[in-house]
Structures are given as C-alpha cells and as structure tokens.
Design a protein around this ligand. Structure first.
Ligand SMILES: Cc1ncc(COP(=O)(O)O)c(C=O)c1O
Length: 401
C-alpha cells in the first residue's frame, strides 16, 4: 500500500504529543514498524550475534546481517561494502584514522563542514603533519568545483565534503566534485548525513570512495546507528577504531588474526536491535519512495521560504529552492536565536534548533553566532508549515515593531 503522508504520520507515535517537529536535521522520530522490529528482537530472539548455534542466535545474526543489504539498496551499493557504525562521526573517524595518511599528504575539505567532518582531519593535521586545505564558499553557502580544482595538487590524497549543509541546507555539487576527484585519482568522501533518506543518493553517480551517513536522520532509524560505505573493497584497507572480541579468526598470546570486512567493524557486542531497526527503517523509506520524499521536502521548503518576506527576518543559504535541501536557517533582527526557538515552542509547540548547529566555521562564514534552524521530513504537513510561518511572523512583528 502506498505510504501517504497521513499514513506515515499515523505510524509515528511521537507526533501524537501534538508537537510540530521541525528538527529533523538533528534526528527524526521513529515510525512504529521500526520500533516493532526492535521490540520483536527483544521479545522473540534477543540473542547475541555470530556466536550461538541455537535458533535465536542464528535469527539475530541473519537479521543483523540483512541490514547491509537494505542499506546497500538505498545507496546503490553492494552489501559487503557497508560497515555499521554508531553514527556518522564514527564513520568519518574510521576513514581519517585508517587511511594511513602521513606528513605532507594533503586533505581538501571546506569551511562549511559539520564539526564531525572537520575535527578528524584537524587531528591528522596536528598529530601527523597532514596538510588540511579548506576551500571557501559563496555567500549563499554553495561550493564551487573550480575551487577544488585549484586546491588539488600532487600531494592531495583525499577530498571530504558534505552533500547537504546541516546548518543552512545548501545542496552541494557533489557529482562534479566527484568527477574531479576521479580525474585526479584522489580519494573522495561524501558526508551524506543530511541527504541519505531525504533525496536520491547513489554512490555510483557520486563516484565516491567513501560515503557516511547516520541511521537516525533521513532514514527514520534509531539513534546509535550509522554506516560507512567504502567502494571496491576499500573497507579492507581500513583498520577498525577498536579491536577485541567478536572479530577474530585466531588469537595467540601476542598476536591475533582478525576477520575480514565488513564484520571486522562489529567489535564486541554491537547495537544489534539498532541495526535491525535500521534495516526496517531502510525498507520503510524505500516503501515511501526516496524521490517522493525529496519532492515533498522541496515543496515544504518552498513554503517555509515564505518567511524571507517577513520584515526583520533574514534567511541564510541558497535563495533558489532547487539548491536547498529541507533545512532552513534564519534569524529575526534584534532577537537572540535561542530566544526565538524557545518562543516557537512556547507559542505553538514548534520544535526547531538554535545555535551554531555543530558548524561554527559556517556561522563565521555567515558572520553570525548562530541561527534558528527548521528542518523537515516527508511526514510534515502544509498546515504545520503554515503555523510555523505565521508564528515566525508574529514573533517578528511583536519584537521588531
Ligand atoms: C552534515 C553532518 N555531518 C555529520 C554529522 C554527525 O552525525 P552523527 O550525529 O550521526 O554522528 C551531522 C549531524 O547532524 C551532520 O549533519
């Protein structure tokens, strides 16, 4: 049965609290089928994976492994190229720590990254002498592939770029940047934290070597889940961040042989219910249809953009809706962003985020300390956005008149 907006809303228990939830860039509410999948694990086959030979353990292992197939389906990848992680941040750190980059090597990233796609590279710079070059952006927070072309030199080993900005919503030209990386034989990592599940993402089109994403944002999965995709067996070139039980073939007193990827990243007892829930979430998003989600988010975004016409309201990011994911950042003149967020909650039960959104360099780029951020998913309604636009108008009128 097609998944209408009403149907999806009915599936999300959190919405019954009456909240107008516009903080989907931070995390998304979990639909009942995803909750049910996790509950079913706890109630019917709550065993550890990979070890037991009894029925429940086999079922848990199969369900855990099946999620790789489901994630792969969402991003056009092969299941064996998917490693589970606890979030996007961990996935980026695995790449940063595991590539063996050394003094003199260069990493290119941008001034608009989420801190999670900046600090791991900064660490390589301070600890190993890797050169980190950060390309700039336009006033509207868009990246220009020509800036990457200029930054590339013989020492460049990796380009690491976000797909959609979590702080202002700009959609970056990741395919063009991928083409450049490929032409220059440079590794390419795409931080797809704000795009997977929100819009079509295909690793073959992006020509990326690595793609990282969380389970708990666009995919409507549980927190504590995420994944790292690595192309063409590149997972085997990466060391897991942690070693120990559950990932060994043979252990001697002073050395050990680990299993191969992707299971080598499942050290200890992993987040079994979370991964199973993520698998169900991938199916759920595919049942709605990712194109359909993207189209709807674009429509809602266009409606949210109406606040740009309100006196005293400044909207950041691209002015063209086609370059704008479902994330809208703004400020109201003379009002602290945190104050605006609290007022939206108080007057209309609208949940938005305020602050620097883990992207302080982006805020510096915009010349502000922080913004108010509203972000949508498929299940948000036109009447919720109308309420948001009216409420922003009321606050702006009251405070700026
Ligand atoms: C673009 C971007 N990258 C990385 C992250 C970090 O994601 P996680 O919280 O899954 O580690 C986020 C989180 O908001 C993000 O938006």
């Amino acid at each position: 049965m097609p998944k209408s907006v009403e149907r999806v809303r009915a599936d999300i228990p959190f919405l019954r609290t009456g909240v107008i939830y516009l903080d989907n860039a931070a995390t998304t509410p979990t639909p009942k089928p995803v909750l049910d999948a996790m509950l079913e694990y706890y109630q019917e086959y709550s065993a550890n994976i990979g070890r037991g030979l009894y029925r429940a353990a086999k079922r848990a292992t199969e369900a855990f492994e099946a999620t790789r197939v489901k994630i792969a389906r969402v991003i056009g990848a092969k299941p064996e190229d998917i490693a589970y992680t606890k979030n996007t941040t961990e996935a980026i750190n695995i790449v940063a720590r595991g590539l063996g980059l050394k003094k003199g090597d260069k990493v290119i990233s941008t001034v608009l990254e989420h801190h999670s796609n900046l600090l791991p590279w900064q660490r390589l710079e301070s600890e190993r002498g890797v050169k980190l070059e950060l390309v700039g952006a336009s006033k509207e927070c868009l990246l220009d592939p020509a800036d990457f072309e200029r930054a590339i030199d013989k020492k460049t080993r990796l380009i690491a770029v976000h797909h959609v900005s979590n702080s202002v919503g700009s959609i970056q030209p990741v395919e063009e940047i991928g083409k450049l990386a490929q032409d220059h034989k440079i590794l390419y990592l795409v931080d797809a934290a704000q795009s997977v599940g929100h819009m079509p993402v295909d690793v073959r089109r992006l020509k990326c070597d690595f793609l990282v994403a969380p389970g708990h944002k666009g995919l409507l999965g549980p927190q504590g889940t995420g994944f790292l995709y690595a192309a063409q067996g590149r997972l085997s070139g990466l060391e897991p961040l942690t070693v120990g039980g559950g990932i060994v073939e043979e252990v001697k007193l002073h050395r050990s042989k680990l299993v191969g990827p992707p299971q080598v990243f499942d050290v200890g007892t992993p987040n079994i219910p979370g991964v199973i829930g993520l698998g169900r979430a991938c199916e759920y998003v595919l049942e709605i249809g990712v194109e359909k989600i993207a189209k709807r988010e674009r429509k809602l975004l266009e409606q949210m953009l109406e606040i740009a016409d309100i006196a005293g309201v400044k909207v950041y990011g691209p002015s063209e809706a086609v370059q704008h994911g479902g994330v809208l950042s703004f400020n109201i003149r003379g009002l602290d962003h945190h104050k605006v967020a609290s007022m939206l909650d108080e007057i209309a039960k609208i949940a938005v985020r305020s602050g620097h959104h883990c992207a302080q360099p982006t805020m510096n780029h915009l010349g502000v300390e922080g913004t108010v951020r509203a972000s949508v998913h498929y299940y948000n309604t036109e009447s919720e956005i109308e309420k948001f636009v009216t409420s922003v108008g009321e606050i702006a009128q009251e405070m700026c008149s």
